[in-house]
Design a protein around this ligand. Structure first.
Ligand code: PBG
Ligand code: ZN
Length: 328
C-alpha cells in the first residue's frame, strides 16, 4: 500500500460530520445533582473546599431545588448535616432529622417533578465521623446494619424515592431491602454504592458534609484502590442482595472498573464523580491553564464512554445550563 486508503480524517472534517458519528452523548436524563442540607440559620453557606457548591438550610434548599428543577435536572442525591451528633448517629433515623424534614418539604413542593435520592450513612451523624457503630477501635458490621436499615426506612417514610447506602458494610443491601419490604415499601429502589474505594479524592466532601473521621481512616470498610476483581465481587453481591442500581465511586480514576462492570452486569451503573474530581478541575481552571467548560465536558463524557448510565456530579448545574443554551 503506497498511501493510506483508510482515512479517518474524512469523518472529522467539520462539526456536522463529527456529530453524525459521535458515539457518546451526555443528556440531562442521566444526571444527578448532589445537594447538602444542614440545620442552620443562614440560608446558604459556601463550602470552602468546594468553590461554587453550598450547604443549604431547610429553607434555603427549596430555592436551590427550584433552580435544579428549572434546569430540568431529573434527580438529586441528598446529604444531611445534623445539628447534633452522637456515638450511634441517632439523629440519622430521627423522624424530625434534617433529611426527613428536608425530604418531606421537597416532596410536598415538587412532587414527582424531581426524583429525591437520599444517601444512607452514619458518618455525618456520628461524633467519631465513621460510617458505622464503633466498638473499640473498629466499626462493627452487624450492629451497623441494624441502624442503617432504620435510617433507610425513616427516609422512605419521609418520602424518599430511592435510598443510596454508602457505608460499605457487608450485607447492608439485604438488610435494607428486608426492612423496606417488611414495611410495605417493596417498590422503592436501592442504589448501592457497590464499589466504593477508600480514596483521597473525598477530602473536599468531608468538609462539606462535616464527616471527617476523628480517628483512623475508612480503609477497613471502603475498598483498596489496588483491586479491581474485588470490585466485581462487591457489585455482584449487591445485585444478589437486591440492589437495583450499582455505583462505582470515584469515577475518573476508576474508569477501568466502570468499564469492567458494564461488560459483566446488566443492571444500570451509576458513577459518582466525587468532590476531589470537582476541585481539581475548578482549581486548575482558576489558575488559567485548563479550560473549565471543555474539561468538564471531556471528564463527564469519559465516564459515560467507559459505560456508566447515570452520572452523579457536582458539575450537574453547569452541564444543565450548557445543555439548555445548546452549547454542549
Ligand atoms: C461516605 C461518603 C463519602 C462521600 C459521600 N459519602 C466518602 C467518605 O467520606 O468516605 C464522598 C463524596 C465526594 O467526595 O464527593 N458515606
Ligand atoms: Zn459514611
Amino acid at each position: 500500500m503506497e498511501y493510506p486508503y483508510t482515512r479517518l480524517r474524512r469523518l472529522r472534517k467539520n462539526g456536522i460530520i463529527r456529530s453524525l458519528v459521535k458515539e457518546t452523548e451526555l443528556t440531562i436524563n442521566h444526571i444527578v445533582c448532589p445537594v447538602f442540607v444542614k440545620e442552620m440559620d443562614e440560608k446558604k453557606a459556601e463550602i470552602p473546599s468546594m468553590p461554587g457548591i453550598y450547604q443549604f438550610s431547610l429553607e434555603g434548599v427549596l430555592r436551590e431545588i427550584e433552580e435544579i428543577v428549572d434546569l430540568s435536572i431529573p434527580a438529586i442525591l441528598l446529604f444531611g448535616i445534623p445539628d447534633k451528633k452522637d456515638e450511634y448517629g441517632s439523629s440519622a433515623f430521627d423522624e424530625n432529622g434534617v433529611i426527613q424534614k428536608a425530604v418531606r418539604r421537597i416532596k410536598k413542593l415538587f412532587g414527582d417533578e424531581l426524583l429525591v435520592i437520599t444517601d444512607v450513612c452514619l458518618c455525618e451523624y456520628t461524633s467519631h465521623g465513621h460510617c458505622g457503630i464503633v466498638k473499640g477501635e473498629t466499626v462493627d458490621n452487624d450492629e451497623t446494619l441494624k441502624v442503617l436499615s432504620r435510617v433507610a426506612l425513616s427516609h422512605v417514610e419521609a418520602g424518599s424515592d430511592m435510598v443510596a447506602p454508602s457505608d460499605m458494610m457487608d450485607g447492608r443491601v439485604r438488610a435494607i431491602r428486608d426492612e423496606l419490604d417488611k414495611n410495605g415499601y417493596n417498590h422503592i429502589p436501592i442504589m448501592s454504592y457497590a464499589a466504593k474505594y477508600a480514596s483521597s479524592l473525598y477530602g473536599p466532601f468531608r468538609v462539606a458534609a462535616e464527616s471527617k473521621p476523628q480517628f483512623g481512616d475508612r480503609s477497613s470498610y471502603q475498598m483498596d484502590f489496588h483491586n479491581k476483581r474485588e470490585a466485581l465481587t462487591e457489585i455482584e453481591l449487591d445485585i444478589n442482595e437486591g440492589a437495583d442500581i450499582v455505583m462505582v465511586k470515584p469515577a475518573i480514576f476508576y474508569l477501568d472498573v466502570i468499564s469492567a462492570a458494564r461488560e459483566r452486569f446488566t443492571v444500570p451503573i451509576a458513577a459518582y464523580s466525587v468532590s476531589g474530581e470537582y476541585l481539581m478541575v475548578k482549581e486548575a481552571s482558576r489558575a488559567g491553564y485548563i479550560d473549565y467548560k471543555k474539561t468538564v465536558i471531556e471528564l463527564t463524557t469519559s465516564i459515560k464512554r467507559a459505560g456508566a448510565d447515570i452520572l452523579i456530579t457536582y458539575f450537574a448545574k453547569d452541564l444543565a445550563k450548557w445543555m439548555k443554551e445548546g452549547s454542549l
